[in-house]
Design a binder for this molecule. Sequence first.
Ligand code: CTP
Ligand code: CA
Length: 223
Amino acid sequence: RLLDGGAKPLAGRKAVVTSGPTHEPIDPVRYIANRSSGRQGHAIAAALARLGAEVTLVSGPVAIPDPPGVTVIRVEQASEMLEAVLGALPADIAVMVAAVADWRVTTPNAEKIKKQPGEGPPPLMLSENPDILKTVGHHTKRPTVVIGFAAETQDVENNGRVKLEKKGADLIVANDVSPETGIMGGTTNSVKLITADGITAWPELSKDDVADRLAGWIAERLI
Ligand code: CTP
Ligand code: CA
């Protein structure tokens, strides 16, 4: 049945996708976070669903609508994101696009911290967050295809290769997010695909087109 005109090469496959930032509370009104609109991750979730996959999208706080045809789990912190991703296993495909905050405040304040005149800013003690991609890439229930992103401002290829290896991923989609590229928060993306076989550069594409191409790449790997 091809009433929508599309082939469904990922029918019967399960995918888990992370998207957006995480917010790590300092106190009830303040948080630390990475920049992320969620556009690329949401577009990938939608593209996988269009190819027939059953998609769970685990999203941090974003201002964009839920993509059609996917199950969305909304989370705030990295610890919650990890829990939701592990809860979505087993899966055939994991695409970890979220800009997870690398650190959280070790003990967030239960009450709003008040500025104390003359005392200066409060010191913040930070702890490292769990690495969700690395956890999935080395998991006993590791999906067949594990993909990570690498947003870099310098030395994109080398940093991407190191991440591929360290995180146990099959593919790192690396991009240069230097402010002058305008990619952060924008609608286009210029990515390099880094695998154990080498590096392929894609032209500058809309984030939707990057998502469609990536879904196609995944479908080919799973044939
Ligand atoms: N990632 C993750 N959990 C984390 C940190 C990163 O799942 N705690 C994932 C991201 O979703 C992305 C990939 O790992 O797919 C690379 O993220 P990035 O921030 O570039 O890498 P880090 O290992 O955090 O290294 P750094 O920020 O120091 O460059
Ligand atoms: Ca990071």
